[in-house]
Design a protein around this ligand. Sequence first.
Ligand code: PMP
Length: 411
Amino acid sequence: MAPDSTAPDRRAGSAAPPPPFASRATSVEGSPVREILALTERPGIISFAGGLPAPELFDSEGLRAAYDAAFATSARRALQYSTTEGAPELRAAVAARATARGLATDADDIVITSGSQQALTLITSTLVEPGDVVLVENPTYLAALQCFRLAGARVVPAPCDARGIIPEALAELVARERPKLLYTVPTFQNPTGRTLPTGRRAAVAATAARLGLWLVEDDPYGELRYEGRDLPWLAAHPGAEDRTALLGSFSKVMAPGLRLGWLRAPAALRRAAVVAKQAADLHTSTVDQLAAAHYLRTVDLDAHIATVRTAYRARRDALHAALGRALPAGCEWNLPEGGMFLWARLPEGHDATVLLRSAVAHGVAFVPGAPFFATAPDPRALRLSFTTHTPAEITEGATRLAKALAAGAAL
Ligand code: PMP
């Protein structure tokens, strides 16, 4: 019998394939070391890789009570749709904390976001057209690079030294490249742990004002300071007022699973970001926002942060000292004043991505530095997070790292 040519042909292979993905979805790669890092979940591995807060320090009882209270006092509201800008009491609490940190802020200046990562996405879709130049620190936060690349930006690294962006070099670059924005993590940067000194903050703000660009100041780590004095946000410096998107997060001081962050931005930018947020997710989870607001009303978050800081300081010191005892001459690393990361460099001729394989075999992990560079990666660099292990485990981890390095050198 002749086949019925009008019937749809359901045989695999003859169906027309669906159209291709958008080019932006295929042009941005995931992390090349993701597979190796998946191995670091194995029991027994001492991992300096993840940028995770220590779970045993979460105030799980306090947060549980806050969720209970959100349901007990306002279940209908907690379970309902709400406004895109965020719950008024949480916006007010964020504004009060920002004001207490030296930047006068109204509740209306704040948009609550689903993690500060979302704030970055919203700002990017508001400001960046394909082909626009975005300046970043060198190296910079990996997921920011992905975000800018997904938007089709041309990402250009600003020259940095051990204290962050070099203002004179920045000014030259801005004049030459005419960027839309500068993305910076000025305090306890990811991945380097570096902090931009006050004088440089002032110079960056002045450059932005003089040459005309937006500033995106990402500050998830600023409250995790272990020594030294707090520095004013970049957003607080003259020239930055009308052009800075300041991004904050509850991830490192409460818990990242809440997915709560915030954006403080000048009115026009904020309004455009709110439209982008409507398109993205309508609003951040109401129940999470009400629980967080209740928590901030009833718990002394600063006392909790002080506990976290004490633990992290000891872990940072343990890693710094253990590297000093274990690693061979020619290795270098810094001592950040806060945050979660220490940045290290292997001796001449070594490659951190190659070392990672042997490190995992020796029961220790880290993140190679290369993916954090927008261009021209430094293969000798690596990022070590010190937050999730005890000082004794950290010391053992450094010993394993030294063994992996020695094994590699012996090949
Ligand atoms: N910015 C930087 C620099 C980060 O390191 C992180 C988290 N790793 C984020 C933003 C995202 O944090 P959140 O959990 O608030 O989305």
